[in-house]
Structures are given as structure tokens and as C-alpha cells.
Write a protein that binds this ligand. Structure first.
Ligand SMILES: O=C(COP(=O)(O)O)NO
Length: 247
């Protein structure tokens, strides 16, 4: 399949202008594999600063947004605003939005639908908790999350799925390449059966959860792993090696 490798950096609630200047320096220096789609995700207040300083084809993503263009929703931002400052990407449904901020599958679905309708490219996150994996419920959980994404996605050219097992996020306990490939292949089969084979063949499914320069090449060689959504390691120069995992 001709799925373009995709590597996103999710900075989460981290950084200041000094540390961001350091990230921009190593990202602009690269060199970044031209065959990889690269996106960085700063906190909202730094989105325009980062966009103004990055060179080349590095995309900038908001880490979240709401499901309407404007209105009485204090503290949030909209896809229209993300577009207005010249950005094309947004991360939605991250497990931290789900488990810290209480976002439901349905709210995330509605956000995805609205962001895609505004022309943004959505990185839609799913993933199971440790206790769900230990109970053998991984597929049940990620299929349910994906079903809601399918229900709300009208243009699959604008959606990238990120499978991020919660037990691997920020823990150093990366899923093995075999564990990740198994879930990715099951997800692709589920999407084929519940959306279409064409959609399943073309949608990028990223892996996220303690990806590093040390493990990215082996993970990146798996047939159904189309890239990464990287947290901690995206704040450091080794992120360039992760971007170039398939180079
Ligand atoms: O949450 C993550 C992964 O974070 P880490 O790479 O730090 O495990 N990506 O969105």
C-alpha cells in the first residue's frame, strides 16, 4: 500500500519560548526524510510562534479543539481558528483528553466530524488501559472507539488514526513490534469490515507510546504501522531519528 509514513510530535503541556527555540533549531536542521509527513503539536498559545519559525514542510497541529466555529465556550479553540492562523492539523481524542478531561467517544466523534468539515487533517487517538489489556479487552475497547470515529468521519482523506495503548504512554514500556502490529492489523480489518476495504487500505494507523530512537526502526518496519505519534521523545533532538525511521 502507498501509505505515506507519518510522524507527529505531541508536546503536551510542555515548553516555553526558550525550549521551543531549541526544538525548532533541531527540526529546521534535520535533515528530515522528504518521504515522511512530519507534524509537531505545541500547546495552543505557541501555535503561531512555532508556525512562524519552522522551515520546509513541517506541519503544525493543535493538540485539541472544540466542535463549533465559535461561541460561549470559555477556554477552548475552534478548527476555524486553527485554520485562520494557517495550520492544517489537529490531534483529537488523546487518552489524556479522555481520562483527565472526561471527553467521551461521542464528543470526540463530533469534534472529528466538525474539524474535518472545516478542512483540517485530524489525528484521531484511541487506546486501551492496562487493566483492559490484562482483561483481554484490547480489541473490544479500540473497536468501540473506532466505531464512533467511523460513524463521524465523512472524508477519510482527512483522518489519521493513532493507536496509543495507555499503559505505554510516558512509561517507557513500549508495546513490542508484534503487539503493536497485531492491534494495527486488527484495526485495519475492523475498518475494512465497518467502513470499506479502500478506506482500510489507505488510512494511516500510527503507533504511540514510549516511541524512541532505539525502538522506532523495528516498529516502523511492521506492515500496518504507518508512523508514530510521539510524546516525550519529540521534545529532544532524537526526534529527527524517529522521523527518519523508514529512511
Ligand atoms: O501520548 C503520546 C505518547 O507519549 P510518549 O511518547 O511520551 O509515551 N502521544 O500522543
Amino acid at each position: 500500500m502507498g501509505r505515506k509514513f507519518f510522524v507527529g510530535g505531541n508536546w503536551k503541556l510542555n515548553g516555553n519560548k526558550k525550549s521551543i527555540d531549541g526544538i525548532i533549531e533541531f527540526m529546521n536542521a534535520g535533515p528530515l526524510n522528504a518521504d515522511t509527513e512530519v507534524v509537531v503539536g505545541p500547546p495552543s498559545c505557541y501555535l503561531e510562534y512555532v508556525r512562524s519559525k519552522l522551515k520546509g514542510n513541517i506541519g503544525v497541529a493543535a493538540q485539541n479543539c472544540f466542535k463549533v466555529p465559535s461561541g460561549a465556550f470559555t477556554g477552548d479553540i475552534s478548527p476555524a481558528m486553527i485554520k485562520d492562523i494557517g495550520l492544517r492539523y489537529v490531534i483529537l481524542g488523546h487518552s489524556e483528553r479522555r481520562n483527565v478531561f472526561g471527553e467521551t467517544d461521542e464528543l470526540i466523534g463530533e469534534k472529528i466530524e466538525h474539524a474535518v468539515s472545516e478542512g483540517l487533517i485530524v489525528i484521531a487517538c484511541i487506546g486501551e488501559k492496562l487493566e483492559e489489556r490484562e482483561a483481554g479487552k484490547t480489541e473490544e475497547v479500540v473497536f468501540s472507539q473506532t466505531k464512533t470515529i467511523i460513524k463521524h468521519t465523512k472524508d477519510w482523506s482527512k483522518v489519521v488514526i493513532a493507536y496509543e495503548p495507555i499503559w505505554a504512554i510516558g512509561t517507557g514500556k513500549t508495546a513490542t513490534p508484534e503487539q503493536a502490529q497485531s492491534v494495527h492489523a486488527s484495526l485495519r480489518k475492523f475498518i475494512s469490515e465497518n467502513a470499506s476495504k479502500e478506506i482500510a487500505d489507505n488510512v494511516r494507523i500510527l503507533y504511540g507510546g514510549s516511541v524512541s530512537a532505539a525502538n522506532c526502526k523495528e516498529l516502523g518496519q511492521k506492515p500496518d504501522i504507518d508512523g508514530f505519534l510521539v510524546g516525550g521523545a519529540s521534545l529532544k533532538p532524537d526526534f529527527v531519528k524517529i522521523v527518519n525511521a523508514r529512511a
